[in-house]
Design a protein around this ligand. Structure first.
Ligand SMILES: [Zn+2]
Length: 287
């Protein structure tokens, strides 16, 4: 009886464990959401740890120092409030990255954004230096590419086969066949499904909140290489209010519930991999 009880407890526990592979705590979120709010929200959802990137990047350290077990802080090349616009022109960026990785205050690099047709290109010097550091320090790297197909991202992952790369939002607007090509081409890539929700990139689920068939088949086929995340940045949907603080953390429950709903329709072992084990493996996180 005791053995049976332990078995059921373990099964239950593994189904409940969650790692959020994609959160932000940016300056415009910090205006209305305190570090204590973030910690409370993550703990409420039994998140074991969350992969954190901030703009400016120093905010990630301020938050993670409050609970080293709860956060996996990434070095964001956006070192000031508007850093997303000029990071690739600033050669100091990789020096700061190196310092942070060397002293282990940062444990990975990202999120780095590219947009097809807009600067920077993926061959710019600062990005290449950051990838060199990722290689030297075995740092997992979170990369976001907005494009109409998988070509740009495949260019990156093929050039850096030794770096573990997390592809943000399954490429945003990319479709299951694009992602399948990436998974077949680059063994070093894991896919995060954050922001693939009905309020932002969308495309993952049907009207019943279950995975669309092509995504379901792909996820079952590569069930060791997908991770979930919330990416609680809400302003992306409110283009009229760039002057307001980002209240994305107020929607954390809604974002997490959305993902847990489609996950609940998957076989329990797959569900557990997506919501916990894959991210744990990817980030090789020792608790
Ligand atoms: Zn993000």
């Amino acid at each position: 009886m005791a053995v049976l009880l332990i078995f059921f407890c373990n099964t239950w526990a593994s189904e409940q464990q969650i790692i959020d592979s994609h959160i932000h705590y940016n300056w415009d979120q910090a205006e209305i959401t305190t570090p204590q709010d973030v910690i409370r929200i993550l703990k409420k959802h039994a998140v074991e740890f969350a992969v954190l990137a901030s703009t400016p990047t120093a905010l990630a350290l301020q938050l993670s120092e409050l609970d080293r077990k709860l956060f996996f802080p990434l070095f964001s090349p956006y070192t000031h409030e508007l850093g997303k616009q000029d990071w690739y022109k600033n050669e100091q960026t990789w020096k700061l990255a190196e310092q942070g990785l060397k002293n282990k205050s940062y444990l990975g690099i990202g999120e780095i954004h590219f947009m097809a047709g807009f600067p920077p290109k993926t061959d710019n010097l600062v990005f290449r230096k950051l990838m060199q550091l990722a290689y030297e320090y075995h740092a997992p790297t979170l990369i976001h590419v907005d494009a109409s197909n998988e070509t740009i991202f495949i260019g990156i992952c093929q050039q850096h086969p030794e770096i573990r790369i997390q592809f943000a939002h399954a490429g945003g607007n990319l479709l299951a066949p694009h992602i399948e090509k990436i998974l077949n081409t680059c063994e070093n890539v894991w896919i995060d499904l954050s922001a693939r929700d009905p309020w932002r990139y969308d495309g993952l689920t049907n009207a019943q909140g279950k995975l669309k068939l092509d995504w379901r088949e792909l996820i079952l086929k590569f069930d060791h290489r997908f991770m979930i995340g919330t990416d609680p940045v809400w302003r992306v949907t409110r283009t009229q209010s760039w002057d307001q603080a980002d209240d994305g953390w107020n929607y954390y429950d809604k974002l997490m519930d959305y993902h847990l709903r489609w996950l609940s329709d998957l076989p329990p072992p797959t569900r557990s991999k997506l919501q916990y084990q894959n991210a744990k493996n990817f980030y090789n996180f020792e608790n």
